[in-house]
Design a protein around this ligand. Structure first.
Ligand code: SF4
Length: 459
């Protein structure tokens, strides 16, 4: 499923007690570790030696495009950063984050992961009252709400403005000369963690893998509706700014988006995927010769499947990690070859075998069809496809880029029909109750793309 759903963004931030040249290096390391969450653009905002905010942004990848622009040997105390794949707003550099604004509350930079389903309505209201938008990113709404709040107080205007937003957001804001403020929406859709960088200060990140790499300790997860004010490397205040809502953490972070070496929402991604593979194996159609995965998204669930079933795991497909962004494919032949650039079957593993193949999900089914054909061409005798999530039946309005409902293969077809369409001998989805059984606190998650029970309705 490696090219069918897209995560919107990742955020990363640092606040230290004393200026350090390490801030830029650590920002680079953090954003590089979150690159899988967005590859369209990236950026860093930092306080300069006069406590003004400077921003460096670029289209493209962190190592290739951002690193050469970051100031070298530049001591500073705080910075926030962002990697982006656009959902709301166009992909142009103008929408690349962090966004920087000057208003009656001073300079404010914002890095956000999420989406506001009712963005259009809020924007129309603000424009009717005279607001002029600089970008088409929904994150800009917050700045307009802040500047419309009477008075000059940065913190209170931020808190009262967040209360007016309804949607999915895990956000880092910097302003008021030396503050970084981290907050999550009251449903807690998107992950955000933080911890201590020795005795120097605090680091915030969408995923814990980026914190582990820097040696961050005492890692905690922001709770739904929580807000943390960090100033000069110290946590000045923690508060819950909203009434309690039913927690609706995105379960797809665990199924697909987050790195397996991360924990999100206090859940180990690796453990969740391993358990979901075990659950799938309990409902297996038959004992095949081998279990293989669609790398990388199916690797860990396939291991769990193998451990539970006793069927040996093998690497039947090899993934090329260096494909990056390939050129636009204009002919049908080029489009068909696109999957082959990324995945190639290992004939000696596949030929003459009955195979169970594990992937995380099927969205449109186009990629799965190409993979099954590759395996047939490599001599597979039987192919049984297992998905470590239930059928995707609805779009996401909370920061995951999904095709339209019409394009989702499961909205119009049974698993038996899907097997025929993609050329497999059978297709088995993880049942929703089995997915829930893999979680420590299943009632605190959103499953709307599986059961269409949307925590916030799109107007
Ligand atoms: S609808 Fe699906 S992808 Fe969107 S937040 Fe809910 S679980 Fe995540």
């Amino acid at each position: 499923m490696f090219d069918e759903l897209k995560e919107e963004c990742g955020v990363f931030g640092i606040s230290l007690k004393n200026p350090s040249e390490d801030v830029m290096y650590n920002m680079y390391m953090g954003l590089f570790s979150l690159q899988h969450r967005g590859q369209e653009s990236c950026g860093v905002a930092y306080f300069d030696d006069k406590s003004n905010i400077q921003v460096v942004k670029s289209a493209g990848l962190v190592a290739e495009k951002l690193l050469p622009q970051l100031p070298q040997n530049y001591p500073c105390t705080a910075a926030i950063g962002h990697v982006r794949y656009s959902t709301t707003g166009s992909a142009g550099l103008i929408n690349a984050q962090p966004l920087l604004f000057k208003c009656n509350k001073g300079e404010i930079a914002i890095a956000n992961n999420g989406q506001l389903p009712n963005y259009d309505i809020l924007k129309e209201e603000l424009i009717a009252n005279g607001a002029i938008f600089q970008t088409s990113s929904d994150s800009e709404i917050l700045i307009h709400l802040m500047s419309n709040t009477p008075g000059n107080d940065f913190e209170s205007s931020l808190i009262s403005s967040i209360k007016k937003l309804d949607g999915a957001f895990s956000t880092l804001v910097m302003g008021d000369k030396n503050k970084i403020i981290a907050f999550k929406d009251p449903y807690g859709f998107k992950p955000l963690a933080y911890g201590k960088l020795g005795d120097q200060g605090y680091v915030f990140s969408s995923e814990t893998a980026a914190l582990n790499i820097l040696g961050v300790t005492d890692i905690k997860f922001l709770e739904p509706g929580e807000l943390i004010i960090c100033e000069n490397g110290e946590i000045k205040q923690k508060l819950h700014y909203s009434d309690k809502k039913k927690a609706s953490q995105c379960v797809f972070e665990l199924v697909y988006f987050a790195r397996p070496d991360s924990s999100v929402f206090s859940e180990s991604v690796h453990q969740f995927r391993f358990n979901s593979g075990r659950m799938l194996a309990k409902n297996r159609k038959k004992d095949t010769d081998i279990v293989i995965s669609v790398p990388d998204s199916g690797n860990i669930a396939a291991l769990g499947f193998s451990r539970e079933s006793g069927i040996p795991f093998d690497m039947g497909l090899m993934r090329n990690h260096y494909t990056g962004r390939t050129f636009i494919r204009t002919t049908q032949k080029q489009r068909e070859e696109a999957v082959k650039i990324k995945l190639n079957p290992i004939k000696s593993v596949i030929e003459g075998k009955t195979i169970s193949i594990v992937d995380d999900s099927i969205v449109r089914g186009t990629t799965s069809k190409k993979i099954i054909k590759m395996l047939r061409d490599a001599g597979a005798k039987e192919i049984h496809m297992y998905l470590s999530s239930p059928e995707v039946l609805g779009c996401c309005y909370y920061g995951i880029n999904t095709p339209t409902t019409k394009e989702l293969i499961s909205t119009n077809h049974t698993p038996e029909e899907i097997a025929k369409i993609i050329g497999a001998d059978s297709v088995t989805f993880l049942r929703l109750e089995d997915l829930r059984a893999c979680l420590k606190d299943p009632d605190s998650f959103c499953y709307a793309c599986f059961n269409q029970d949307y925590p916030i309705k799109k107007i």
